[in-house]
Design a protein around this ligand. Structure first.
Ligand code: G16
Length: 555
């Protein structure tokens, strides 16, 4: 690092001192904290993004958001050149950088890191970082601090893409690095064109059966509702009523996280909506759940990420079956694409059983899209979803190239197989290949329901969820909880796993685990059992164990 670069870094870093006593950790999905603490963090992540751009010779994405967290929080996460999450190998450096006590130690860390990673600043092509932010009021100030971080690496540029959903930014990074025009309009065009294409191939007879053309969407008072308003004017089929579009407080009594955890109607929904097909996005629109309001009640029938995964799996398996043709030996079996699904320990046990009965390979990873995405990329078609509604479908390049060729062949041979190929190609363009995306997920759900001729109730009957309960516990130090086996077993504090096991065996179909959240300062407790009372009782007993082993107070 030359003298000029060093002085630039020292000068700008001195404007963003580390708040006293603060300790930051990259977590499940980047840094998150109360927004008032984050200026130094976003400044430093800006530097990191510029370095990553130089090292990969590609465009990097930086998103200012705290997604499902309360409005007073904010956060920052990075998108790698593929549009996926920042490589995990850089997370420890991100942690050190965020916690460097003063500008000189920051400079030392940077100097050591660029040497270790062989990043030659002066001789490198200019770095480019695409910036996005959600609607949080703190976003604008934090974005300015981020820009200062990026431009304190000489020659690096920050391209502000404005207010976006997190998945839109990831999509743009991926598109730009593939040489495709990365505008918001392109994003809408691609989704809506492939949505229409799927509707064109809905089997005759299914199109009008059972499926209402009305959908009500809870926008969580975040960015997703606003974007959906733009898209809905361009739909032929489907009337979307978007509620909670930014007038109320972000994520407060609204949004996918609230709906999925509390299982009650979000604000602005009520008895008049009973039985309708409803969906809920989270604050930055990377999560999607569906629900229907129960008659004369504030309760809902939840259709969560597991059910979205199951719907996608049924449809994609059906299309692969048609594509493979009849089992008469005459069909072309030159290539057997692999189809796999990925879940976490939060997946309802009934969903995992259902997927296995479908004959699918089900893999389990720790919580966090970064883990699920990596696993799903091992298949030709990899479907991953967290129960909280975060997920997507990945298609391998090999499979897509094969499909393009196959499509030509089939156009002369078999109408049905040709349509199956066209549908699969449309899905690969519709569903975000970079990261879980509530908007593209929503349009895929809508197209598949139309294809199947299924109402939300019919969809929900694919299997019956086991009753479950999720609670959070505030403890003295959540990092004292260490887990293994995809978070299904606690190895520290010693003895707590045995105590959880002893409690769990009391309940028929009991299953329970705890893990430290990577986005909030809490320990999460998940329990399921054969009845709701039993799931509640198991979760409450385990909350008491957590308090006993780790110290005080439920959140
Ligand atoms: C993020 C991650 C998700 C994760 C969720 C909760 O979602 O992207 O993969 O499930 O946090 O994580 P934790 O239980 O560790 O707090 P979002 O929508 O908040 O970005």
């Amino acid at each position: 690092m030359n003298q000029e670069q060093q002085s630039l870094l020292l000068r700008s870093a001195s404007c963003f001192p580390l708040p006293p006593g603060a300790k930051f950790s990259y977590g499940t999905s980047g840094f998150r904290a109360n927004a008032s603490l984050l200026e130094s963090t976003v400044f430093r992540v800006g530097i990191l993004a510029a370095l990553r751009s130089i090292q990969t010779r590609s465009v990097i994405g930086l998103m200012i958001t705290a997604s499902h967290n309360e409005v007073s929080d904010n956060g920052v996460k990075l998108a790698d050149p593929s549009g996926g999450m920042l490589t995990q190998s850089w997370e420890p450096f991100a942690d050190s950088l965020a916690n460097a006590p003063d500008p000189h130690s920051l400079l030392q860390l940077l100097d050591d890191f660029v040497k270790k990673e062989n990043i030659i600043l002066e001789a490198s092509p200019a770095a480019e970082v695409l910036l996005g932010r959600d609607t949080r009021p703190s976003g604008e100030t934090l974005l300015e601090a981020t820009k200062q971080g990026i431009t304190s690496i000489m020659g690096a540029t920050a391209s502000d893409m404005g207010i976006l959903t997190t998945p839109q930014l990831h999509w743009m990074v991926r598109a730009k690095n593939k040489g495709i025009e990365a505008t918001e309009v392109n994003y809408y065009d691609q989704i809506l064109a492939s949505f229409r294409c799927l509707l064109d191939y809905v089997p005759q007879g299914n199109s009008s059966k059972n499926v209402s053309d009305k959908l009500i969407v809870d926008g969580a008072d975040g960015v997703g509702g606003e974007k959906l308003e733009k898209m809905k004017t361009r739909l032929g089929y489907l009337t979307i009523d978007v509620r909670n579009c930014g007038d109320g407080v972000l994520n407060e009594g609204v949004g996918a996280d609230f709906v999925q955890k509390e299982k009650v109607v979000p604000r602005s929904f009520g008895p008049a909506d009973a039985g309708m097909r409803c969906a809920s996005l989270d604050g930055d629109a990377d999560r999607l759940v569906y629900f229907s309001v129960l008659l004369n009640s504030n309760k809902i029938d939840l259709v969560d990420g597991d059910k979205i995964l199951s719907l996608f799996a049924v449809f994609l398996k059906e299309q692969l079956g048609i594509l493979n043709g009849p089992e008469d030996g005459k069909s072309n079996k030159s290539y057997q694409p692999s189809l796999g699904v990925v879940q976490t320990a939060y997946a309802n046990g009934a969903s995992t059983d259902y997927l296995k009965q479908l004959g699918l390979e089900v893999a389990l990873t720790p919580t966090g899209v970064k883990y699920l995405h990596e696993k799903a990329a091992e298949y030709d078609i990899g479907i991953y979803f967290e129960a909280n509604g975060h997920g997507t479908v990945l298609f391998s390049d090999n499979f897509l190239s094969w499909l393009e060729i196959k499509k030509q062949e089939l156009s002369l041979k078999s109408k049905d197989q040709h349509k199956a190929a066209l549908r699969l190609l449309a899905v690969s363009r519709l569903i975000n290949q970079a990261v879980g995306d509530a908007l593209s997920g929503l349009f895929l759900v809508e197209a598949i329901l139309k294809h199947m001729g299924w109402s939300i109730h019919k969809w929900n009957e694919l299997y019956q969820d086991l009753p479950s309960r999720q609670l959070k516990v505030k403890v003295v130090d959540r990092t004292a909880v260490i887990t293994e086996n995809a978070e299904t077993k606690v190895v520290n504090p010693a003895g707590i796993q045995e105590a959880i096991d002893a409690e769990t065996v009391i309940y028929p179909k009991g299953r329970c685990f705890i893990r430290p959240s990577g986005t909030e300062d809490v320990v999460r407790v998940y329990a399921e059992a054969s009845t709701q009372e039993a799931a509640d009782s198991l979760a409450n007993s385990v909350v008491r164990l957590v308090e006993q082993y780790l110290g005080f107070g439920r959140s």
